[in-house]
Design a protein around this ligand. Structure first.
Ligand code: SF4
Length: 361
């Protein structure tokens, strides 16, 4: 069907078709139908760069720990990062925490209700502010995530949708009366039927309006962008231990895993350098190193721009009280529960605990 969003009748039929489908077939997710802006914000922030299946249980756990804006705003950052542990991209948690604190400082102590004001909060980009404004407050603004980008690129057979193109198209389509449902319906279509590979066009409620489907180009829209391969780096990790305790340090507030607690690490040129670098980490902290230096299994972790290989060593040291302080702590290796640790480092600690008890003690 030849149509444009400027044709009001065609647009009305498209909106009705997609919303009917959404009303009948949307997945039952815990944040579906939620009206509380704080809860909607939590779900949207968690869903950035994290799969729905991972988010579902974590969303419930988070709301048990921080049921409302006030409880999150009043929490210590370490608690917030600990509750986020394993979800990755910790900047999201830190921004969510800060956004809650700023919202509590407002005269009404609540999240602002307009897109423009939401955009001023940390971590709320175009997408997240649009999602919260439309779903929680009914503002007719778009919320275009990666799923929506793909759906619209196909609907209009656009091979290379730019950010401004996407913004304009999404704004032209958004339903004036049900903007939140509309935005979620587009996202849902992208997540369930209009998937990156093998879109299920025969089941699609908007197939009649889809230019890529008509042209047979749906599998090529949008064109895939080749991302540069992530940089590869090797890090020596030191599990500095004494009496069953290990040294954790808080990472600097800028850069990778900012502000997280972690084992001391040093980037090295290759695995062969890792042992001496790990011992050097102990010496640099004025810790007396025994001869007891044991390699632990290497582990890999992929960040967005970095593929890290960790070469850990368990190193027995004396006087575990040294170097404790605000940004350094000796913690029970079996229960570092208060501290949010990066996923790879938790795996390293698990390997450390597999050593013979006498080696850990
Ligand atoms: S018809 Fe196919 S390509 Fe077009 S929006 Fe529907 S699922 Fe996507």
């Amino acid at each position: 069907m030849d149509w444009t969003p400027a044709d009001p009748r065609a647009l009305a039929r498209l909106r009705a078709a997609l919303l009917d489908h959404y009303d009948r077939a949307c997945r039952a997710l815990p944040w579906r139908g939620e009206a509380d802006p704080y809860r909607i914000l939590v779900s949207e922030v968690m869903l950035q760069q994290t799969r729905v299946e991972t988010v579902v249980p974590r969303y419930g756990q988070w709301l048990q720990r921080f049921p409302d804006l006030a409880s999150l705003a009043g929490a210590h950052e370490d608690e917030v990062l600990k509750a986020w542990e394993g979800l990755g991209y910790y900047r999201r948690a830190r921004n969510l925490h800060r956004a809650a604190q700023l919202a509590r400082e407002r005269p009404d102590g609540a999240l602002p209700s307009s897109y423009a004001e939401l955009r001023e909060l940390p971590g709320l980009g175009e997408y997240t502010a649009g999602a919260v404004a439309s779903i929680a407050f009914g503002e007719a603004v778009p919320a275009a995530d990666g799923n929506v980008r793909r759906v619209l690129a196909r609907l209009f057979d656009q091979p290379r949708p730019s950010a401004s193109w996407l913004r304009d198209q999404a704004a032209a389509l958004v339903h004036p009366d049900r903007p939140g449902d509309w935005n979620q319906a587009l996202m849902e279509l992208g997540a369930t039927l209009c998937t990156p590979r093998a879109p299920r066009c025969a089941e699609c409620p908007v197939a009649a309006w889809c230019a890529a489907r008509a042209a047979g180009t749906e599998g090529e829209r949008p064109e895939r962008v080749r991302r540069p391969s992530p940089r590869r780096s090797v890090f020596a990790l030191a599990v500095l231990h004494a009496g069953g305790r290990v040294l954790l340090e808080r990472r600097p507030l800028g850069g990778l895993l900012a502000g997280m607690w972690a084992l001391p690490e040093a980037e090295v040129g290759g695995a062969a350098e890792a042992r001496s670098a790990a011992v050097g980490l102990a010496s640099a902290r004025d810790l007396d190193v025994s001869e007891d230096v044991r390699p632990l299994p290497a582990c890999e972790h992929r960040f967005t721009h970095l593929h890290a290989t960790y070469q850990p060593f368990a190193i027995a040291v004396s006087d575990p009280r040294a170097r404790a302080g605000r940004d350094a702590a000796w913690v029970d290796a079996r229960r570092p529960t208060r501290h949010a640790l990066p996923v790879a480092q938790r795996r390293v600690l698990e390997s450390f605990l597999q050593l013979e008890p006498t080696e850990v003690a």
